[in-house]
Design a protein around this ligand. Structure first.
Ligand code: BG6
Length: 480
């Protein structure tokens, strides 16, 4: 139990983009809607020689009032925000930081340290916090650390980062964020599957022909991201984390309870069962990678870069439920639309009463979970066209979040920060989950090097070769 009801959220690296664009608006939204049960203080920590007034002004320029919250409430919120200049690599500065935090609290309080810093600083920051006693929980107050992605750059580095952090922190103190898990529609995958008896009995290889998961982006290397992206590529930037999380939630067994251990145990099992490409007889037929035209001219990108800005794969989960069902995964930059969706395509009925099947008949039944930007669920099925004879036409049932609830969904970071403060790790990645994801992604990256890096035009759906990942009559990629 928390020592009392005051929580300090200390953002390390607070002068960066993430703080102003995501973290502060999320904290503010939760605060002004009275979603925190206790009191809050927010402390920005960074190297720049700013003071409280400058920091607040910087946030005001980036922040806006939230729907349902008045301008006054933003002013009230800002009074909870302070700034402490700190060189994050200098341990002596952390002693001063501790003194300031203690003085600000004036009592024993819970603390959340949010590492909005470069990945190289994850470990040194935690070591320094530890060194000056800022992670000590002996008073009964909680000390939690939130780590942004990328968590490692491959299995080896993720393992050693896990090992080093877990020398200092308990797994229950470490919150590895994947912001996709904070999205309402991603959490709805759970409700859709485990609350509706009409879907779950069909959710297996007997009835599902294939599943496709797309994270399509229309943006490229905006905001000076070229330098980082060129060292990462589409596999590390999106596939290994956001797309695999969507896959894990779609494919996992029902957890016995809705607690963090049961949920994370089931997700890890799916990731463990992902077939390695190097174990496939013809792996190059299951991977298509591409790079958009003009990528090498982006600032920060190497002139001879071999980094993929597009990747699509035909993946398999080798377990009883999913044996033989392809999971087609795709992500790319500079595609014609921004959308994320999961489509579960059901098999044709075993026998037809309406004339011979054309093997390539469009499958009548798909369940599409639209994650963003238009959030909702579509169910397609065939109907008889009115009139003589039997003419069959496709129809669609649509549920749309905005139309139904008439209010915007909370932002991902808001939900996740609320969970950190209340100590719920269900939507955060456990060490084994991160490592299993890297195990699969590392293998993909190794095998991928033997496949051509195909060019594609900006604003196209990526290399045409990606269509060949579908079997002859299995359909085609969704287009949002
Ligand atoms: C980030 C990636 O994790 O997710 C970015 O680093 C990507 O490259 C972003 O643009 C996409 O997030 P969202 O929520 O806009 O789909």
């Amino acid at each position: 139990m928390p020592a009392n009801d005051l929580t300090q959220v200390i953002i390390l690296g607070a002068s960066g983009d993430l703080t102003a664009r995501k973290l502060i608006p999320a904290l503010y939204a939760a605060h002004c809607q009275h979603l925190f049960s206790g009191r809050l203080q927010v402390i920005g920590v960074a190297r720049r020689p700013w003071d409280d007034a400058f920091f607040r002004d910087h946030l005001s320029k980036a922040g806006s009032t939230m729907p349902g919250c008045s301008y006054d409430s933003w002013e009230t919120f800002l009074k909870l925000v302070t700034y402490v200049q700190t060189h994050l690599e200098t341990v002596a500065d952390y002693s001063a930081l501790k003194a300031k935090l203690d003085a600000l609290a004036g009592e024993i309080c819970n603390r959340v340290f949010y590492l909005a810093v470069k990945p190289e600083l994850f470990l040194p920051s935690v070591e320094n916090l530890h060194q000056v006693g800022l992670l000590d929980q002996s008073s009964g107050a909680t000390r939690r650390v939130v780590v942004e992605k990328p968590f490692g750059t491959d299995l080896k580095s993720a393992r050693s980062l896990n090992y080093a952090l877990l020398q200092i922190l308990g797994e229950d103190q470490l919150y590895r964020i994947d912001h996709y898990l904070g999205k309402e529609t991603v959490q709805n995958i759970f409700v859709c599957r485990f609350r509706n008896a009409m879907f779950e009995p069909l959710w297996n290889q007997k009835y599902v022909e294939l599943v496709q998961i797309t994270v399509a982006e229309s943006i490229g290397m905006e905001n000076g991201r070229g330098g980082y992206y060129d060292t990462a590529g589409a596999v590390s930037d999106i596939l290994q984390n956001h797309a695999l999380q969507l896959l894990a939630l779609t494919a996992m067994e029902p957890p016995s309870r809705l607690d963090q251990k049961s949920i994370r145990d089931e997700k890890v099992k799916v990731l463990e069962d992902l077939r390695l490409f190097s174990d496939m007889p013809e792996p190059h037929k299951c991977i298509v990678r591409g790079q958009y035209d003009g990528y090498r001219d982006e600032p920060g990108v190497a002139k001879n870069s071999q980094t993929e800005t597009y990747i699509s794969t035909r993946a398999y989960i080798d377990n009883w439920r999913w044996g033989g069902v392809p999971f087609l995964l795709r992500t790319g930059k500079h595609l014609p639309a921004r959308f994320t969706s999961i489509s579960v395509q059901f098999r044709m009925p075993p026998h037809t009463l309406f004339g011979a099947y054309n093997e390539c008949h469009l499958r009548p039944n798909t369940l599409t979970m639209r994650i963003q930007p238009s959030e909702g669920t579509d169910l397609t099925f065939d109907v008889k066209e009115p009139g003589a004879g039997i003419n069959i036409k496709p129809a669609k049932l649509t549920f749309d979040y905005q139309d139904y609830f008439h209010k915007p969904n909370p932002k991902a970071y808001q939900r996740l920060l609320q969970d950190v403060i209340s100590g719920d790790q269900s939507l955060f990645l456990r060490s084994d989950e991160v490592e299993e994801s890297w195990r699969w992604a590392d293998d993909l990256r190794r095998v991928m090097l033997d496949t051509p890096l195909l060019p594609y035009a900006k604003n196209s759906w990526g290399p045409a070769a990606a269509n060949s990942l579908f079997g002859e009559c299995e359909g085609r990629w969704a287009q949002g």
